[in-house]
Design a protein around this ligand. Sequence first.
Ligand code: ADP
Length: 499
Amino acid sequence: MTSQLGDVSPSTRKFIETPHRVLINGDWVRPAGADSAPIFDPSTGECVGEYASVDESATTDAIAAARASFESGAWREQTPAARAKMLWHIADLIEANARELAELESIDGGKPFGSAFGGEIPAAAEAFRYHAGWCTKIGGTTFRPSIGGLDLEGSTRLEPIGVAGLITPWNGPLVMAAWKLAPALAAGCSVVLKPAENTPLTTLRLGELICEAGLPAGVVNIVTGGGATVGAAICRDPQVDKISFTGSTQTAKLIIEDSRRNLKRLSLELGGKSPVFIFDDANIDDAIDGAAGGIFSNAGQVCVAGSRILVHQSIFTRVVEGLCAKAQSLRIGRSMDPATEMGPLISAGHRNLVDGFVKQGVRDGAFVAAGGKMVEGPGYFYQPTVMINAPYSSCVWTDEIFGPVAVVASFTDEAQAISMANDSRYGLAASVWTNDTNRAQRASRAIRAGIVWINCHGIPDMAMPIGGYKQSGWGREHGWSGVEAYLESKSVMQRIIQP
Ligand code: ADP
């Protein structure tokens, strides 16, 4: 096993290897009850560092700091323009440190360096810039009440919801943190942010950049540790008013239970089993490329991955052959290797889960047309996989695998395709590949999912709300809906006293 630490800048290496602390009330501390937890590089399996896995008491301290900063008004009472300037400044610092952040994401999460540097890091900066724009546009309405005999003036005012608990997953650590932090800060909230156990590094570095930007102490607190300890403590604490969570549907159900004590507001961005429809009038080569990108990018560890590919029967063989050719030609490799097109899965345990799904699919009667195996050697690599003939009751057709596994099935007409796609407990995303705009519109109306892409897949935009129907979640992130999720509306009615 050769370490990848020699492939990153000396400053990045130093950051990785320095034992990490947590951010509470503007101070970087190592709380008394914290354990050391290992940080693994999924490309090599090497333990590259360690972070502080804190206990409930440190989490409570972080929440108290957020609460105190919120009550003090140090952030929420700054002018909207001052808040906008601060968010813009954080974006500039992300950009100025893009190489280091991309290297950290690559070592910590197994993300190919090029896609982190060219995609995720600029997207994180963009999240802060986009929300800087909203700071000065958060306003209420005025209305004229209809009650007779009184001179009344009505208005609504939007106020920050309070303390927000932000819980992020490991598949896009920095960008997910930015997607939650930026709207929370734009709204004037104070926060406690908890990254996933597997990927604390970019969130901790972002914390340093936020301190450098000069955000008042206690507005952003970062605690690292287990989901069942730190995460659950955030969800149970009555001092927290809102949770924004991205992760699995299973974990969301636990979060709902813990949050009900004080009826926290919840935003939940969860799992999916998103369909990709390829109609016979599509540009087929384009559709094959797009469908392959939709399932193999980030090794399929994407909530909107296009994991069910539905193909018109007349082009089924051609599409399956095309997908298999793509799967077999993708260059799998270590995340810091510039030639790598697909990196590793996040952990040995997750790779076992993915492999377990594929094996169960085969037992259920599915056929592996490409891939289907772990890659020998160090690191947690899995072959890009294409499965066909899966029964619709098989877990490979119904469950979110969160790995590079596409299940392909054929349909005879539009109605059948829609009904196959909607027969799912999930409803996060879908894509439709066709040159017929009427068909594209019909399909986008009929699909029960929060996002539909037409002739593309998986392209996010800060102005485009993202979130799920059914068990894919509650609420939306991005756009005005994403900012609104951190605001309460207050109605004010005044009786005008006549002279
Ligand atoms: P995965 O199973 O793929 O790791 P999860 O949905 O469990 O995905 O994890 C996403 C985030 O939720 C992580 O930060 C994790 O620590 C956190 N988490 C896990 N369990 C809980 C819980 N019971 N309460 C709150 N957060 C949790």
